[in-house]
Design a protein around this ligand. Sequence first.
Ligand code: FES
Length: 113
Amino acid sequence: MPKVMAQGKTFDCEVGAILRTVLLKNGVDLHNGQSKLINCRGLGSCGTCAVQIDGEVSEVSWRDRTRRSLPPHNPDCDLRLACQTRVLGDVRVTKYTEFWGQGMEPQWTPESS
Ligand code: FES
């Protein structure tokens, strides 16, 4: 089973699990601030579940690429939409600041909350 490290926690998930579902189920604050309430619930349209991932995950989907090509996201940033990403192996997840997680500073890292 893949190990997921996020916000100072480590937990297991099934191979192929959707990263957003795994993070929320394990109490990780995936959405910053008011985006906890105002988000698309995993449809891939709001862009607020953006995270940086180090590890083995599914290929970038067209929905992920399309949403992150729109401001305030920057397609050159090394982020992924958690709701459009499947976990295939051990992963380390970092969340950045700002409503869409598009900030420059980490909100939390794999090791710290
Ligand atoms: S939850 Fe809206 S894009 Fe992922």
